[in-house]
Design a protein around this ligand. Structure first.
Ligand code: NAG
Ligand code: NAG
Ligand code: NAG
Length: 191
């Protein structure tokens, strides 16, 4: 049998990396990463350049069962302060939210990136955290294994893709590069 080629090893390595990044949020919860915060604990004290928006997000991106067409309001935040605009094809920096209220993530190095590259800032909240609660409330969302079945990093990635496409369309910014940035668990999803 021939030895596996370098390409095959590389493919396997990438696959392993991809699997490793698909950490289930519930696993994170057991590791102590789960922070459940009341929606009212945040958002009001954001500086004025941060605009809060909501996107009618699909509960389930991966099958066609009737209940998959249910939606929930996913929160995301825009900051246009540095943006060079769609006509200049200025970049869009997307912060892929992690397992917490997204309003805690609006500071940090991504601001320096936006200032330097005239970027639009988009912070997208992770489903089941902050205000982005399927089933209408945190208690219902975390009720049992079937309501929690839609909490996964795969669903979260698909959420981010939907929001990015919608924001770009709305701003006629389809030609602007979107660059995903994140930290910790959220960062593993921006690869
Ligand atoms: C962007 O380009 C379009 C088409 O050329 C033009 O109509 C629009 O006014 C421009 N917008 C800005 C903000 O310059
Ligand atoms: C989970 O909760 C929902 C909503 O109350 C209920 O309809 C469903 O039957 C429950 N499922 C299980 C497996 O307990
Ligand atoms: C999208 O466009 C509508 C109508 O112009 C506006 O009300 C809404 O705030 C926009 N959303 C975003 C994310 O810019």
């Amino acid at each position: 049998m021939a030895l596996p080629s370098f390409q095959l090893w590389l493919a396997l390595l990438l696959l392993t990396a991809a699997c490793a990044s698909a950490v289930h949020p519930r696993k994170l919860a057991r590791l102590g990463g789960l922070k459940r915060l009341a929606a009212s604990e945040s958002s009001s004290d954001l500086p004025p350049e941060y605009e809060i928006h909501y996107y009618g997000q699909a509960l389930d991106h991966f099958n066609y069962k009737p209940e998959s067409y249910a939606t929930f309001q996913q929160r995301y935040i825009l900051n246009y302060k540095y943006w060079g605009g769609a006509n200049a094809s200025s970049p869009i920096f997307v912060y892929t939210g992690e397992e917490k209220d997204v309003t805690y993530d609006v500071e940090g190095f991504i601001l320096d990136l936006a200032a330097r590259f005239k970027g639009l800032l988009v912070y997208i909240e992770h489903r089941y955290y902050g205000e982005s609660m399927p089933f209408g409330s945190e208690n219902l969302a975390f009720q049992n294994s079937s309501t929690l079945g839609y909490l996964s990093s795969e669903q979260a990635l698909a959420d981010y893709a939907q929001v990015i496409v919608d924001v770009e369309k709305n701003l006629s910014a389809e030609n602007c590069p979107a660059i995903a940035v994140g930290a910790s668990y959220g960062g593993s999803k921006s690869i």
